[in-house]
Design a binder for this molecule. Structure first.
Ligand SMILES: *[C@@H]1O[C@H](CO)[C@@H](O)[C@H](O)[C@H]1NC(C)=O
Ligand SMILES: *[C@@H]1O[C@H](CO)[C@@H](O)[C@H](O)[C@H]1NC(C)=O
Ligand SMILES: *[C@@H]1O[C@H](CO)[C@@H](O)[C@H](O)[C@H]1NC(C)=O
Ligand SMILES: *[C@@H]1O[C@H](CO)[C@@H](O)[C@H](O)[C@H]1NC(C)=O
Ligand SMILES: *[C@@H]1O[C@H](CO)[C@@H](O)[C@H](O)[C@H]1NC(C)=O
Ligand SMILES: *[C@@H]1O[C@H](CO)[C@@H](O)[C@H](O)[C@H]1NC(C)=O
Ligand SMILES: *[C@@H]1O[C@H](CO)[C@@H](O)[C@H](O)[C@H]1NC(C)=O
Ligand SMILES: *[C@@H]1O[C@H](CO)[C@@H](O)[C@H](O)[C@H]1NC(C)=O
Ligand SMILES: *[C@@H]1O[C@H](CO)[C@@H](O)[C@H](O)[C@H]1NC(C)=O
Ligand SMILES: *[C@@H]1O[C@H](CO)[C@@H](O)[C@H](O)[C@H]1NC(C)=O
Ligand SMILES: *[C@@H]1O[C@H](CO)[C@@H](O)[C@H](O)[C@H]1NC(C)=O
Length: 859
């Protein structure tokens, strides 16, 4: 005990009977801390780096022995002492820039009298919450949120039986589970475990925490459950279980929870009707049911929840027809999200009600036929989504500039809009970040968005004319997609100036002509450039080599005349290179360095390349050599940003066009495990190198329509991932290697139009190929051709012919596509809308195999 304190206590004792001195004595003690605790605090401070810039203030800055006052740690910022004993009972080091590890030896745990501890928003460098936390048995409030703790869930915390408030949210305990003993914290009224990667069961013992008024378990990886224990927590006012893998009829558990003000249930698999008694929860200000399977009608009683500020019913299965007015009668509403249900909204043309001022309004796929005219009075909107409706005609003048100061995101995608009231005029939105006008019938010239724009999407319209160089005055634009319109003229040379901000440039399917401008400046952010299906000519600008983030380059279907751009091989991130249908020519030559290490999709088809196949390059294409068992992902760019009101993580998925079994096919998504090489329709000559077997991950290989000679190397049997192999229309001779029957995923095989001879391999996948896979080879024999190789009766029997009874010979690669939809067989693509074919044999044989395979990839 400090000398000073002893001195003061003495004084107190001496003058105990005199009220004046007593008062003075108490206030003196209050200002003075215990020596041992002061030194514990100083050592605590010393154990961290204060990781901040000069202008940042940390509470710990005031923790120093600085003059008479400084010696009293009770006067330090964030330190609270007990009036009577002088013990440190409260410590608030929130947002104090502390950086460093913490363990049980920390002097923090010598402060046994702590009742309140707040370490929110520091960086404890992935430390586990030290078990010594259990020593602070007086704690009633513990806030460790957002402080870079990780590791095991701290069981010792659950021994702190006096806890009233516990906030462990926004840390990464990386597969920690929540123990049943959490039910022992009977005094708890505030529990926040959100955003913490907690897995395992949600313990039923939570039912025993009957004092809880605030509970958030949102965004964790729990085992699916029904949360029926909620019914016991009758004092709850705030409930957040968004994204907790929960299911069932959660609403019935909320019947008795009449004090609820905020209910956040979104992103689960809850499914039930919405009961009309929900209208009894009259204190509700937030009701978020989005992304679940709630079904049936929206009960009228919802429209009586007059305190509601936020109502989210989006992405459910709700049915019926409702007046938009009914929702707008909720006068306190700020956020209304109704998108993606099965209901219709009717708008009345005259709406003379006092409508609430909304900030977020999403009415996608609500069967709207016109812009709801109440919008004209809305001047505080940040997000407006009217996509997927049936709105026809010209965008009215009052819409174009709506909520001019506040609007951040506007989507009018997938309607029948034909144009703008004032075409070409930059709309007056000063904070607009995302403008999505895709898939309408917009005509006229390209409207230039305001300078604040990040993402501008106008693909699939009928816009035309030249691109004004005003497009280059968009300093923050990250995604520009104007594909599939009728734009013409030369590309503005200033496009290169956008490359510092631009990630995605999609100009595909227009009528642009002339040379490709210098597209990339140094420090380019570009990840995806698609200029395909235009009439661009000239050479590939060498400045593309500055695009060192580039993942996809598609220059297909233009009139580019150049030699093979091996210098693009320096782009270490390049995964997709498509040069099809141009005037490329010459031999591919030898690799110079480590070229194209990540290349997975390589399409040179329909050019005039000549010389031998680039087998020397095969060695360098690392990504094609390794079978990727990783997670299924799509090639995409994500753009994150925080606008004033909304925050976004927008994903832009790359798309691509490729020939599949002769059909030019558009893939709306590209799986990043896909490996494909199309060198067809060129003038490659010489043999197919044995080395081709190095490209172990190749799923799709098209060498058709070249001048290739020699025999088919048996080493191709080592390309175990092959799903389509097209060697047709060449000069290949010799026999088809019998080893190829080992290719169990082969669904398409074509060697027609060569000079092959001898027996066609039999059995397994070869049983599924038709005549046309082999025709035009005068020397081939055996099934499915009618030419027999051996006298009748001696040939090897076809093993699976009888199974299922049907003739499954007609089931080639296409059938596999049919049966397993997108994605599985060759991992290509979504965007296919085939009816699944149910063929018993097929499902039995392939289903199992493909499931295994998919499983393998997932793990
Ligand atoms: C942070 O953690 C890393 C890895 O455990 C360690 O190497 C480093 O020294 C730690 N930094 C501090 C300041 O404790
Ligand atoms: C705490 O300190 C003791 C003695 O200095 C040491 O043996 C022990 O490893 C330390 N514990 C941790 C968790 O660092
Ligand atoms: C934790 O501390 C931060 C900063 O003081 C505060 O914003 C947050 O609300 C606290 N958590 C609880 C549950 O009080
Ligand atoms: C709730 O507490 C009671 C009494 O302490 C105990 O018997 C019961 O098992 C607990 N319930 C759960 C689900 O943990
Ligand atoms: C709801 O409260 C009533 C009356 O207090 C009680 O009888 C009923 O059991 C409670 N229901 C649930 C599900 O707890
Ligand atoms: C809802 O409120 C009405 C009227 O106050 C009452 O009759 C009804 O029983 C309540 N329903 C529930 C489930 O509490
Ligand atoms: C609409 O409301 C305003 C004032 O609230 C009133 O002056 C006007 O007459 C109303 N119009 C109609 C058509 O009811
Ligand atoms: C191009 O846009 C039109 C609408 O203008 C649409 O019908 C068509 O499907 C789009 N084409 C592709 C390949 O997306
Ligand atoms: C790029 O911007 C700079 C200055 O902002 C300008 O001088 C230059 O001409 C622009 N480049 C092109 C190709 O427009
Ligand atoms: C291979 O390419 C040719 C054109 O070069 C095309 O006709 C054929 O369909 C392609 N094969 C496959 C399996 O897509
Ligand atoms: C497949 O590769 C292995 C090892 O590289 C080799 O021994 C084998 O001969 C190859 N198979 C064929 C059919 O070439």
């Amino acid at each position: 005990m400090g000398l000073l304190l002893r001195h003061l206590l003495l004084k107190c004792l001496l003058f105990l009977n005199l009220p004046y001195f007593l008062t003075q004595c108490v206030s003196s003690v209050q200002r003075t801390c215990l020596y041992s605790e002061r030194s514990a605090l100083l050592r605590l401070k010393g154990s961290f780096i204060l990781d901040r810039s000069a202008s940042d203030y940390s509470k710990a800055d005031s923790w120093k022995l600085d003059g008479w006052i400084g010696r009293d740690c009770c006067s330090w910022d964030g330190v609270e002492c007990d009036d009577n004993t002088g013990h440190v009972i409260g410590l608030d080091l929130s947002s104090s820039f502390l950086y460093g590890s913490i363990d049980s030896n920390s002097t923090l745990f010598q402060l046994h009298h702590l009742r309140r501890l707040n370490l929110f928003d520091n960086d404890f460098n992935g430390s586990e919450i030290p078990s010594a936390i259990g020593k602070l048995s007086e704690l009633s409030q513990l806030n460790l949120s957002y402080s870079a703790f990780s590791g095991q869930f701290p069981y010792e915390v659950l021994q702190l039986s006096k806890l009233v408030m516990l906030d462990l949210s926004s840390n990464a305990y990386l597969s920690a589970e929540l123990p049943e003993s959490i039910g022992n914290l009977k005094s708890l009224s505030h529990l926040d475990l959100s955003f913490s990667s907690i897995s395992g069961q949600i313990p039923n013992s939570l039912a025993n925490l009957t004092e809880l008024t605030y509970l958030s378990l949102a965004f964790n990886d729990f085992t699916p459950s029904t949360l029926s224990w909620l019914a016991k927590l009758s004092k709850l006012t705030v409930l957040n279980v968004a994204s907790t893998n929960s299911y069932g009829d959660v609403l019935s558990s909320l019947k008795n929870l009449t004090r609820l003000t905020e209910v956040q249930l979104s992103r689960n698999q809850f499914s039930s009707q919405i009961p009309s008694w929900l209208g009894n929860l009259t204190w509700l200000t937030t009701l978020e049911l989005g992304v679940n399977q709630f079904w049936g009608p929206v009960p009228e009683s919802i429209f009586t929840l007059i305190k509601l500020e936020s109502l989210g019913l989006w992405d459910n299965l709700l049915t019926g027809t409702y007046k938009l007015e009914s929702f707008l009668n909720l006068k306190n509403l700020k956020q209304l999200q109704l998108s993606g249900n099965k209901f219709s909204l009717v708008t009345t043309t005259v709406m003379n009600v006092t409508v609430p001022k909304l900030t977020i309004l999403t009415l996608a796929s609500c069967n709207l036929f016109e812009f709801p005219n109440f919008l004209s009075g809305q001047n505080e909107l940040a997000l407006l989504d009217l996509s997927g409706n049936k709105i026809h005609g010209v965008i009215p003048k009052w819409m174009w500039g709506l909520s001019a100061q506040t609007l951040e995101v506007l989507s009018l995608r997938e309607n029948f809009l034909t144009g703008f009231h004032q075409p070409g005029i930059v709309p007056p939105w000063t904070n607009l970040r995302v403008l999505d006008l895709r898939s309408n019938k917009l005509r006229g010239s390209l409207p230039i968005p305001p300078a604040s724009i990040y993402q501008y999407l106008v693909s699939n319209n009928l816009l035309k004319g030249e691109i004004s160089s005003m497009i280059c005055n968009l300093p923050s634009i990250s995604i520009l997609d104007i594909s599939n319109n009728s734009f013409s003229g030369m590309l503005p040379p200033c496009l290169g100036n956008l490359s510092k901000s631009l990630s995605v440039l999609n100009l595909q399917s227009n009528n642009f002509r002339g040379p490709i401008p210098q597209t990339c400046e140094k420090r380019s952010q570009l990840r995806m450039i698609d200029l395909s299906q235009n009439q661009l000519n000239g050479e590939i600008p060498r400045s593309l080599v500055n695009c060192n983030m580039l993942e996809l380059l598609n220059l297909g279907n233009n009139q580019i005349e150049d030699t093979f751009p091996s210098w693009l091989g320096r782009l270490q991130q390049l995964k997709v290179l498509v040069l099809r249908h141009n005037g490329f020519h010459g031999a591919i030559g030898k690799p110079k360095s480590n070229e194209f290490p990540k290349l997975r999709i390589f399409d040179l088809s329909f050019n005039k390349f000549e010389g031998v196949l680039p087998s020397r390059h095969f060695q360098r294409w690392t990504a094609m050599k390794v079978v990727d068992l990783g997670k299924l992902n799509y090639l995409q760019t994500s753009v994150r940003f925080q606008a004033q009101i909304t925050s976004w993580d927008l994903k832009f998925q790359y798309s691509m066009t490729m020939t599949k079994a002769g059909v030019v096919t558009k893939y709306d998504k590209i799986q990043d495990i896909l490996v494909a090489m199309d060198l067809s329709s060129n003038r490659f000559e010489g043999g197919i190198p044995e080395d081709v077997q190095i490209l172990k991950a190749v799923q799709f290989l098209n060498l058709s329509n070249n001048l290739l000679s020699g025999s088919i190397p048996s080493s191709m049997a080592n390309l175990t991932q092959l799903e389509a192999l097209d060697l047709s229309q060449n000069l290949l001779s010799g026999e088809i290697p019998q080893e190829l029957v080992q290719l169990t995923f082969l669904g398409f095989f074509n060697v027609s139009g060569n000079q092959l001879k001898g027996p066609i391999p039999q059995g397994k996948q070869f049983g599924t190929f038709e005549n046309n896979s082999f025709e035009g080879n005068p020397g081939l024999c055996g099934k499915p051709l009618s030419e027999k190789c051996y006298p009748e009766g001696t040939s090897a029997s076809l093993s699976q012919r009888d199974e299922g009874g049907d003739s499954w010979f007609e089931f080639g690669w296409k059938a596999i596509m049919l049966g397993f939809g997108s994605g599985v067989v060759n991992g290509l693509v979504l965007g296919y809308h085939f009816n699944p074919m149910k063929h018993k044999w097929f499902v039995k044989y392939f289903g199992r195999k493909l499931q295994n395979r998919r499983w393998g990839r997932r793990n």
